[in-house]
Design a protein around this ligand. Structure first.
Ligand SMILES: [Zn+2]
Ligand SMILES: [Zn+2]
Ligand SMILES: [Zn+2]
Ligand SMILES: [Zn+2]
Length: 250
């Protein structure tokens, strides 16, 4: 996106910006549906942009308002929104304080995630949120997404124990993210020759995002297990190809 470059904001919905005419055209097919739906919302609400009525709403109402836009768009299209469509509805360019639409504004130079329409609207309490957003940004910008599997001989009582020799916050967060699901079920598993786990309602971005994390943690911590069967049950992840994970012949 190119904040401040009004000429490359989508002329239909006015919510999505592009760095170049070429990228605007490339996105046209993907953007068309949500753009039409947002135009419908604008007609329904009688405003210039879909989120204009959210001006000065409190944080909870602002959140509800945006979810309302998601629902209205979904109704217009007669289908659930795709992830990128939901993002357009949930994160329009806006002032963090009054929610007024704004692109050519000041923004936080730490997290680059929030902006404000005028210096009076610069948020006063942003530091904790900023720290988390900055970390998220660092994680997304990280070039190497593979982190070395920790060598585990025992269940760590604390996640911090996974760091034998130092570690930065980004690595720590990534480790926490991958270790949470397997370590949650670890205590329930018998240390017998075979184990079968049913994961009900797995999220594509959480339990099912990285199958080898199950292998790394469970095989490492349950030395007697030679066969581990993971069953992901639920419509959320769509069809997953059956996949064998093996380590040291297991
Ligand atoms: Zn549009
Ligand atoms: Zn671009
Ligand atoms: Zn404002
Ligand atoms: Zn910030």
């Amino acid at each position: 996106t190119a904040p401040g470059n009004e000429s490359l904001t989508c002329p239909g919905c006015g919510l999505v910006s592009y760095c170049s005419q070429r990228h605007l055209e490339e996105d046209e097919d993907d953007h068309e549906d949500i753009c039409d739906a947002l135009k419908g919302v604008v007609e329904l609400l009688g405003t210039k942009r879909a989120h204009d009525k959210a001006y000065l709403l409190g944080p909870d109402q602002w959140r509800e308002f945006r979810l309302g836009v998601v629902n209205l768009c979904s109704k217009q299209l007669g289908r659930p929104l795709m992830p990128w469509e939901t993002e357009v509805c949930l994160y329009p360019p806006h002032c963090a304080t009054c929610h007024k639409f704004c692109t050519a504004t000041e923004r936080c130079l730490e997290c680059h995630s929030i902006s404000w329409c005028s210096s009076q609207h610069k948020p006063k309490q942003h530091s904790e949120h900023c720290r988390q957003l900055t970390l998220m940004r660092q994680i997304l910008q990280r070039k190497v997404h593979v982190i070395k599997a920790p060598q585990l001989n025992d269940v760590p009582a604390e996640m911090y124990a996974l760091f034998s020799e130092g570690g930065d916050l980004v690595t720590f967060s990534l480790l926490t993210e991958i270790a949470t699901s397997p370590l949650t079920i670890l205590q329930q598993l018998p240390n017998s020759e075979s184990a079968s786990v049913h994961i009900i309602g797995p999220e594509p971005h959480f339990e099912a995002n990285n199958l080898s994390k199950w292998e790394i943690f469970l095989f490492n911590l349950l030395p007697s297990v030679s066969t581990l069967t993971l069953n992901f049950v639920g419509p959320e992840i769509g069809p997953l190809p059956p996949r064998k994970i093996n380590k040291n012949g297991r």
